[in-house]
Design a protein around this ligand. Structure first.
Ligand SMILES: Nc1ncnc2c1ncn2[C@@H]1O[C@H](COP(=O)(O)OP(=O)(O)OP(=O)(O)O)[C@@H](O)[C@H]1O
Ligand SMILES: [Mg+2]
Length: 262
């Protein structure tokens, strides 16, 4: 694969990436991150800039390190050097629990993660297991059930009866119980039929625009991801090869040829 990318010219630098997210209030930044698993470095000198209520989509081939970026933000990787900040406060070394509880970062897993034998409502409440006050979880779960009819209609039924799309909605909603300000979403459309893919992106769009959530997502469906996101980064071998506004990348011939099947 690697020689295909050599035609792309110079990779974007830190200043280019900063410019892409502006103007706006910087929410989350990654500076010169080197991170991986065990002793193996997967991300090399990786930078990321995203503003409050902005969405950023990571695309790239399998194994490029897209999920590793979300893992690093959430605290699942070994960070060798570099810095992650939220509203100017360094969070690089916080544990996932601290990130969820004190700085409002929620991570929605790539794999199916609902508890099939628990009811929809119980699944939602699990999202707040880490909260000090359980009443708050009940209140948030209730708000979510009021908002999403599909979940409300099934609140007392086991999650295993949900359709694929409803299950994805439950996974996203469960993360919302903690009232996060940043959502890390890995492959929201994976395994879903087109009508559910639309639904999931509508929900993410609502969370971004109406609830001012900052969204960093990984999407194998590059077209959908770039149509949705304000900013796109193309990741190749743990480094950014191309970055641009989502719509610019959609019309970029290199991106089209490599990722949009055009
Ligand atoms: N828990 C882990 N331990 C060790 N290596 C890992 C772990 N998770 C991922 N890797 C390795 O890190 C590299 C990047 O993987 P990552 O999951 O970030 O890729 P990705 O871009 O999300 O790919 P995909 O599109 O297939 O989901 C791969 O070489 C993978 O084998
Ligand atoms: Mg992945």
């Amino acid at each position: 694969m690697s020689d295909q990318y050599s035609v792309l010219g110079k990779a974007p630098g830190t200043e280019d990436l900063k410019k892409l997210s502006s103007p706006g209030n910087t929410h989350l930044t990654i500076n010169k991150l080197n991170a991986g698993y065990g002793k193996m470095e997967i991300l090399h000198n990786f930078d990321l800039f995203v503003n409050t209520a902005q969405s950023l989509c990571l695309i790239g081939p399998n194994g490029a390190g897209k999920s590793t970026i979300l893992h690093s933000i959430y605290g699942f990787t070994n960070i060798f050097s570099g810095k992650i900040e939220i509203e100017g406060k360094e969070i690089t070394k916080l544990t996932p629990a601290e990130k969820l509880k004190s700085v409002g970062i929620a991570y929605i897993l790539q794999d199916n993660s609902v508890f099939p034998d628990m009811t929809v409502e119980e699944n939602l409440l699990m999202g707040g297991y880490i909260k000090d006050k359980t009443e708050e979880s009940f209140e948030e779960a209730e708000k979510i059930l009021q908002k999403y009819e599909r979940l409300r209609n099934r609140r007392n039924q086991p999650a295993k009866v949900l359709s694929g799309g409803e299950r994805r909605l439950l996974e996203i909603s469960r993360a919302l119980v903690m009232k996060p300000s940043v959502l890390l979403v890995d492959e929201p459309s994976i395994g879903l039929e087109p009508k559910y893919i639309e639904m999931v992106f509508e929900i993410l769009g609502d969370l971004q625009k109406n609830e001012k959530k900052t969204i960093i997502l990984v999407e194998q469906n590059a077209k959908k991801g770039l149509e949705f996101a304000d900013i796109g980064y193309v990741l190749v071998s743990g480094q950014i090869a191309i970055a641009g506004k989502g719509d610019e990348l959609l019309s970029n011939p290199d991106v089209g040829r490599l990722f949009l099947g055009g």
